[in-house]
Design a protein around this ligand. Structure first.
Ligand SMILES: C[S@@+](CC[C@H](N)C(=O)[O-])C[C@H]1O[C@@H](n2cnc3c(N)ncnc32)[C@H](O)[C@@H]1O
Length: 211
């Protein structure tokens, strides 16, 4: 993904009440951050945040955390968040590689991965958010009946994910290669990338995985 440097984005994030600094301090204590025991759903690689801000506004009984590596896109999510009068959404700027430093065992109830970077070179396969290495991390933080939902227009990344997830001892409970023309589209919230790529005629793949 090509990223423009957004001037002042780091300062905006540092000053934002919606972004959690030093998130490792809250490991095992995220319910205190939200002030309730509602389930916590996270989106890893949320980009500009359309998906998670829409979900948070629709579902006040769920707590949401959006994780994004780059300030330049996270700042756009903060702008969207400001427009909403909600208390169930926070953001973390971090590399998800370190996600187990942030969340305790079973602390998370659902993980969304939307249009994750494909990392096309074989030597970078471990960086793909649906690699078996990442699923081993999700295994630690997700409660036993929790699920991972993954959408992408990248057919090679989707094929890779269909192979890797069972290798990590997870089960793919449902999948489609044409989300927008399938029964799995009920209640679908489009992400920024989903809008862009589906308008270009690309098929959208989706899978749901659990232990
Ligand atoms: C292709 S964009 C998709 C954005 C959004 N999910 C959507 O569907 O519109 C992928 C995003 O994931 C972020 N990302 C990729 N790897 C990451 C990682 N290891 N940790 C956190 N964010 C990551 C990228 O910075 C980028 O913003």
């Amino acid at each position: 993904m090509r990223l423009r440097n957004v001037k002042g984005s780091r300062e905006t994030i540092a000053a934002s009440e919606y972004t959690i600094d030093s998130p490792e301090n809250y490991k095992g204590k995220w319910s205190e951050v939200f002030g309730n025991d509602n389930p916590i759903y996270i989106e890893v690689g949320m980009g500009k945040g359309k998906f998670i801000t829409t979900l948070a506004a629709m579902n006040p009984e769920i707590n949401y955390i959006g994780i994004e590596k780059y300030s330049s896109v996270l700042v756009r999510a903060i702008e969207k968040r400001r427009e909403l009068d909600i208390s169930n959404l926070f953001f973390i700027r971090m590399d998800a590689e370190n996600i187990c430093d942030i969340f305790d065992e079973n602390e998370i109830s659902r993980i969304y991965l939307n249009f994750s970077d494909p990392w096309p070179k074989d030597r970078h396969a471990k960086r793909r958010l649906t690699s078996k290495e990442f699923f081993a991390r999700y295994d630690r933080i997700l409660e036993s009946d929790g699920i991972v939902e993954f959408k992408t227009d990248n057919n090679m990344l989707f094929d890779f994910s269909l192979e890797q997830i069972p290798m990590a001892n997870w089960e793919i409970v449902e999948f489609t290669r044409d989300l927008h023309h399938s029964g799995m589209s009920v209640g679908n919230i489009m992400t920024e990338y989903e809008e862009k790529f589906s308008s270009m005629g690309n098929n959208i793949n989706k899978l749901i995985a659990k232990r």
